[in-house]
Design a protein around this ligand. Sequence first.
Ligand SMILES: [Zn+2]
Length: 497
Amino acid sequence: MSKCDLIIRRGRVLDPETDFDDVADVAIRNGTIVAVGDNLDAGADSIDAQGLVVSPGFIDLHAHGQSTPADRMQAFDGVTTTLELELGVLPVGRWYAEQQHSKRILNYGASVGWVFGRIATMTMQQVDSSIDGMGRATRDRRWVDNVASPAELDEIVERVRVGLEEGGLGIGFPNGYAPGAGMKELSQLCELAARFGTPTFTHIAYLSNVDPRSSIDAYTRLIGLAGSTGAHMHICHFNSTSLHDVERAAKLVSTAQAQGLKITVEAYPYGTGSTVVSAEFFSDPDFPARMGSDYESIELLADRRRLRNRADLMEAQSKDPGALVLLHFLDVAVNPRHRDLLDISVTYPGGAIASDAMPWTHANGTTYFGDEWPLPGDATSHPRSSGTFSKFLREWVRERRVMSLLEGIRKCTLIPAQILEPSTPQMRNKGRVQAGCDADLVVFDFGSLTDRADFQNMNLPSLGVKHLLVNGERVISDGELALAARPGRPVRRKYAQ
Ligand SMILES: [Zn+2]
């Protein structure tokens, strides 16, 4: 073969599609893997990977950061492709143009942001496609609470259809933030997704251990939508929205899957979630009974204060509805039963690991988009924005040996690729270490790989990733960030130019 640009020598190469797990060289040319084998021809440049693992870069289906600081923190967590699928964006074409202009470090992509279609149609508000923008839009709650009128429904469906035409990776349904949306609307949009052959990505409508409007109620609706419309329904953060009923939820989902319904799941390896203080599920007067925990389970991120009671919550909501909060839904550190519950979602067969990574924010609550490295000292987010994948591989694979390294890697790479590839053929070249695939690779020391971010220090990058290549270009080299690297490319469905 002709000379390659770069060769990764003698690493333990893992390819979850072919179950390859052996020492080999990996040769790269023009951003593509050209060969995997022994004694490959030396290239101009080489990486000595002896004693290290060479894995497909991790593919994150659920990443809200979508910025330079978010990309960099995820790079140290082994991520090479970071996708905003739960909330999505709108308009889709404009968002992709903006990312191209801002020059991204990791591969990026987004679904069509249904909720932004609702906000624009039902309240005329212009907000940017971000979790913060959605939070601010709750100042006019019609899009949260109301069933769309027939005219509004037509307009919402049309906006989403245009987003799919523009190459969105499916439809994002953060239904939990707009629980007032009717089933006529959702079923019509699921039919649209089925017609385009794209998945939908759902944050289920309800968050509760008890009926009515329980999490089980919402999962049953989602299963019904899969069966009645033929849409591929992807369940976001199965760990957080299932609360204490995850065992029951897993049973219902696996029974539905066994009947051939297109349902997939993802989870992140934490018992604490993060969202905006105005999130609808907090406002329910029965919140403590429905959650199985008190208002103290809600912590304001800016000043790290736990809420005391409902009055305290309502004051915080009116002061700054976009303020970010932590929600301690499973106390895994102290409660072994809660750890078992988290295991059910994290190890769910065929389920992906996905971070739900949040944007980086300053102490004053504004989002940080800057170029400083390391991140500014006051930058906070959620530890999952820094450590999801290394925490999962450290804790579940290395320390507790719940599954093999190859199985662990499969959940971070091949499974997320396969969730998208029927509608986004580009993903067939990701999540694999094979000739012809994209050179999105992470080279890490499995013995020392670890997350460092916790709820006190969220902006500590994970340790153990020695090299990270995105489209063949070095983003991390010998454990150091290449500050100028901007090799990220769009992941996008076919669209008319
Ligand atoms: Zn969510």
